[in-house]
Unconditional design. Sequence first.
Length: 333
Amino acid sequence: MLLAIESSCDETAAAVYDGERILSNVVATQTIHAKFGGVVPELASRAHDVAIWPTVDQALKEAGVSIEGIKAVAVTQGPGLVGALLVGAGFAKGLALAHRIPLIGVNHLEAHTYAAFIEHTPYFPFVSLVVSGGHTRLEFVRDWFDHQLLGQTRDDAAGEAFDKIGKMFGLDYPAGRAMDTLSRTGNSKHHRFPMALLDHSFEFSFSGLKTSALYHLQDLEKQHIPIEGQLLSDLCASVSESITEVLRIKTRAALEHTGARSLVVAGGVSANSMLRSKMESLCQELGVQLCIPSPPYCTDNAAMIAITGWHRLRLGQQNSLDMQVYASMSEAP
Ligand code: KG4
Ligand code: ZN
């Protein structure tokens, strides 16, 4: 029985896994950041500190397991906000020490990819597209924990583009989900926003789109056209089209380049309905198996930390109590 903890950003999450099934998956989302239009690191750490025990306690109760029944603890080690990560890591270390159980540090981005294994069985080697608030990465995954980076974003992540442009449209942070909902009743061809294809490399850039959206809004403002109703839906759909089309084109190129027969799409933005339907058509056309976690396993959660931690433990990879957290992938061990 493994307990997993996630606290890398603004969700305090805990899950219990028995090696076959996720027995509980509890996520406490911090709402305090909405009024600031983005995550305030200091407030996130404090909120994790308050929420961590109630969240773990609820996960244990829902799983019907006592704390003594936990035989290993997995925790997000990075990348993420250091102060936020330290709350989860400190808690997990305390538990590992008190109960003399293994401590397993988990890479948050690997965990997003392995979330696909909760409900699917991707075939190795596969291509993984992780699209979240902080990252946009295309990887070739040869085996468990054997990842080759194909390309990542040079500036904003896909989720960040949704959030920042959504904010310009007057939507609350994080705006990705609201943009998705509004897009469903919008015309994606209403306005053609730019798509950065960057000489057909596997790299991404979404900052040009953000600037273009800003100029377009300024034009509308000058003409005293309010951003609401059908126009808002059309703009959301047009922005979504630009973001998801770039993701589709690059993913297609990665599948063709690697010859992989499975595709994993993960991270918060993989909950996006337009992206999901584009990836479904792409995989059908190429005869590739598509594995996208269901929405609760796309956004930050501890079930993905649990499954990743379980496989690290299975391979004999565990951490000592002097484990360090890390802010970025470049610091990852
Ligand atoms: O993976 P995640 O929960 O946290 C990070 O590790 O960043 O991803 C959060 C991101 C946010 O930018 C949020 O706006 C975006 O995922 N997101 C979506 C949708 N649901 C969440 N973006 C587009 N469409 C959605 N349905
Ligand atoms: Zn994440």
